[in-house]
Design a binder for this molecule. Structure first.
Ligand code: PEP
Ligand code: MG
Length: 322
């Protein structure tokens, strides 16, 4: 099977009935680039920049960050690279920031919330990203957006730094796409409003499932509630995709669900444009996609939305597609 997959490395990601999607990889550091290329990913759908900030004593400088982002963007040679701004907090701590302990870290001061308040740190990262954008197809994405205000505020800061750089004569990609992660239910529900202001969505199912089901993604005892195939989750995913398409925008997914063979037919059927997963899942996903008809997948997805339980959905998909 591995040999069969390897033959698909340079093949397009297209369904049996001719529908193209993008199969991209998630990375944590530039060291992961080898895996991206070896597994035939068509882009990077999520670069988790936290790792640049972790395992050290102080914040990374603008120059250090610029070097890392530029390396990734150049290595992809014009293909898309979605870089997520700092998503610290929750399960990822930065001891040197000296933040007070919280009762509910996953519901607390993290990600964009923290960046909007510690805006010196945020501006440094944005400057590094903007400078790197001149070297390829870089897109910026904000994590944990819960309201339009947050998005607008973050975007305004980005615009300010962009103008400063341009005034200094630094090259910046002026058409750089700006998107958000959809990983909080309020944002999925408000997708029609968001879709008018963002360039793209990327659904973060790892958190979206945890927040929708109110079940800690790290807690084994409630893992039975962690249900990617729940009609509740599928409905939210559909709302996001439909809202983006209505505005001529695109939707990706960068949570684990995007690389899951049971979820893939449903996501194709719902119209997902980009699937971003661990690099080792890309070739198996491409092999599966080649066998799928988008038309049949769309019928299955529509049916799944009317089911009452995740088990029923799973059973139906396994019977028809696996
Ligand atoms: C997600 O929440 O689905 C996601 C991709 O982000 P992370 O796993 O880094 O929280
Ligand atoms: Mg997340």
């Amino acid at each position: 099977q591995k040999q069969e997959w390897a033959k698909l490395k340079n093949e397009p990601s297209v369904s049996k009935d001719g529908v193209h999607v993008e199969l991209a990889a998630n990375i944590g550091t530039p060291d992961d680039l080898e895996g991206v290329h070896n597994n035939g990913a068509e882009g990077i759908g999520l670069y988790r920049t936290e790792f640049l900030y972790m395992g050290r004593e102080e914040l990374p400088t603008e120059e250090e960050q610029f070097t890392a982002y530029k390396k990734v963007v150049e290595s992809l040679d014009g293909r898309p690279v979605v870089i997520r701004t700092l998503d610290i907090g929750g399960d990822k701590e930065l001891p040197y920031l000296d933040l007070p302990e919280e009762m509910n870290p996953f519901l607390g001061f993290r990600a964009i919330r923290l960046c909007l308040e510690m805006d010196d740190m945020f501006r440094t990262q944005l400057r590094a990203l903007l400078r790197a954008s001149a070297y390829g197809n870089l897109k910026i994405m904000f994590p944990m957006i819960a309201t339009l205000q947050e998005f607008r505020e973050a975007k305004a800061i980005l615009e300010e730094e962009k103008q400063k750089l341009q005034k200094e004569g630094t090259d910046v990609n002026d058409k750089l796409e700006l998107g958000i992660m959809v990983e909080i239910p309020s944002t999925a529900v408000m997708a029609p409003q968001f879709a008018k202001e963002v360039d793209f969505f990327s659904i973060g199912t790892n958190d979206l499932i945890q927040y929708t089901m109110a079940a800690d993604r790290m807690n084994e005892r409630v893992s039975y509630l962690y249900q990617p195939y729940s009609p509740a989750i599928l409905s939210l995913v559909k709302m996001v995709i439909d809202a983006s398409h209505k505005e001529g925008k695109w939707t990706g997914m960068c949570g684990e669900m995007a690389g899951d063979s049971t979820a893939i037919p449903l996501l194709l059927g719902l119209g997902l444009d980009e699937f971003s997963m661990s690099a080792t899942s890309v070739l198996p996903a491409r092999s599966q996609l080649l066998q799928l008809s988008k038309e049949e997948a769309a019928k299955a997805a529509e049916e799944a939305l009317t089911y009452s339980t995740a088990e029923e959905v799973q059973e139906m998909v396994e019977k028809r597609f696996l």
